[in-house]
Design a protein around this ligand. Structure first.
Ligand SMILES: *Cc1c(COP(=O)(O)O)cnc(C)c1O
Length: 465
């Protein structure tokens, strides 16, 4: 079966593509901003990473697999540490956490954010210094808080009145003096290329600044004999490209910081601006470098501190996606290729791979956009409008909604989807009892398994009959 287009039908296909998806000049070419730093195509047109071809990787570890370029992740961590010198950089572990990554980010000078007992356990198992760990979460259990206090985490980001009460009694019981930050909702919500500044903060995280709860929480902790108040914490969203949202959040947060200083005579020592820096998933995304972000945020904070009449506190940020995301591509094998005739007369190729929404839920969950390339070979065929779909029993089981792939794509080919280092393995499920793929790292031609492939035996081990 051939999917090669006759002249003319390609125009109909292009019309069926979203406006942002341009017809590529060369359907084999990689867009550098989407791929980890050691990824390329060789002369035969095959995708390589850190000296290995994807065929070698697939032969060694099977498919699907998350393939992580260790140098890339480390260099992004290092870039943040360097660009934000004088700040504390906390890697947001929820984007992707395993013991090797904990060791790498610690070696590159970063601290670590966790938000559950499970993430804390991984961090501690990797030997992370507890003083360099921050614990988040809107509903930390008593047990999670007690563990955090016992091991001596460096900061707990407090999210509710109940949590303050729990920390008060636990710190008495355990005779500790924990360092706390108060998570506030600044009334700013930022996503991708826009931010929304709302009057009321209709979501579950943090204490409202405008409603006065944030000021109350600060006073309560400040007045407590054991609890130590580090400062205010604000996280406004994810996959943000635009500094405007940060500017508004910093202004509102520093106004609260200044009001607290005026009332108590104490300038809080720290301020955390959260994470959420965007990465490229498609040709339309234009992420800032760590250096550009540092310059923008330093300028915003300096201007707002001056305006609020307070000294610049010790600052921290919490990048997750922007460190782990670009490091990884998911390698899939094509199982079926189905041309589907659309009402408009265009053809869309449904390319089914051996994974899907269980290894990448973001497309189904958020309508996230991804890109893909034919990875195992070059092709002379023209571009065909394609949709990369999984093997699950849902029509919404889509990995890449819109992409041009070579029209001769066929079963047995390998496809790579870049930008899956964040919120893919960490959000993976066992839907349809599909075992979760491994995470393998590649460096200098050597593959290491970081997280092994789940097996059917693993699944049955939980099913006690
Ligand atoms: C998720 C989260 C982050 C990291 O967000 P990214 O988009 O991965 O950078 C940082 N801080 C907090 C509080 C978060 O919840």
């Amino acid at each position: 079966m051939s999917h090669t287009h006759v002249a003319g039908s390609i125009h109909a296909d292009v019309a069926a593509a979203p406006v942002w998806l341009g017809l590529p000049d060369d359907v084999n070419a990689l867009l550098p901003q989407l791929w980890s730093r050691n990824t390329a195509k060789n002369e035969a047109g095959e995708l390589t990473v850190a000296g290995l071809t994807v065929s070698e990787i697939a032969d060694r570890v099977g498919t699907p697999a998350y393939v992580l370029d260790e140098d890339d992740l480390r260099s992004r961590a290092r870039d943040f540490a360097t660009a934000f010198s004088g700040w504390d950089v906390f890697y947001a572990g929820k984007s992707f956490l395993c013991r090797a990554v904990v060791r790498w980010i610690a070696e590159e000078g970063l601290n670590l954010d966790v938000c559950t007992g499970g993430e804390l356990a991984v961090a501690l198992a990797a030997g992370m210094d507890p003083a360099r760990i921050g614990l988040h979460g809107n509903n930390k259990s008593e047990e999670e808080l007690a563990t955090a206090l016992r091991v001596g985490v460096g900061r707990i980001i407090v999210d509710s009145e109940e949590e303050i009460a729990r920390l008060s009694s636990l710190s008495d019981q355990l005779d500790v003096r924990p360092k706390l930050m108060v998570r506030v909702t600044a009334g700013v919500e930022a996503h991708t290329h826009e931010y929304i500044s709302t009057a009321h903060e209709d979501q579950k995280f943090g204490f409202s600044i405008s409603g006065g709860q944030a000021a109350g929480a600060l006073r309560q902790i400040h007045d407590h004999p054991r609890l130590q108040l580090l400062g205010i914490h604000s996280h406004i969203g994810s996959q943000i490209f635009d500094a405007d949202g940060f500017e508004v959040a910093v202004r509102r947060t520093l106004r609260l910081h200044a009001a607290f200083a005026a009332q108590t005579g104490v300038e809080l020592p720290e301020l955390d601006l959260g994470g959420g820096f965007g990465i490229a998933y498609t040709s339309q995304d234009t992420p800032s470098s760590a250096q550009e972000l540092a310059e923008a945020l330093n300028a915003i904070v300096r201007a707002e501190c001056l305006a609020a009449g307070v000294a610049v506190p010790k600052l921290s940020i919490e990048p997750g996606r922007s460190i782990s995301g670009p490091s990884t591509f998911t390698l899939y094998r094509v199982g079926t290729v189905k041309p589907v005739q659309l009402d408009s007369g265009a053809t869309r190729l449904y390319v089914s791979v051996d994974g899907g929404m269980s290894d990448n839920i973001r497309t189904a969950l958020y309508g996230a956009e991804y890109s893909a390339t034919l990875a195992s070979r070059g092709s002379d065929a023209g571009p065909a409008l394609s949709r990369v779909v999984g093997k699950h029993c849902e029509s919404g089981d889509i990995v890449v909604r819109d992409e041009f792939l070579p029209a001769d794509i066929r079963p047995g080919d390998l496809i790579a989807v870049p930008g899956t280092g964040a919120y893919s393995r960490s959000m993976a499920s066992n839907y349809n009892h599909v075992p979760r793929p491994p995470v393998v790292s590649v460096r200098d031609g050597v593959i290491s398994t970081l997280v092994r492939r789940e097996t059917v035996d693993d699944l049955l081990a939980l099913d006690v009959g």
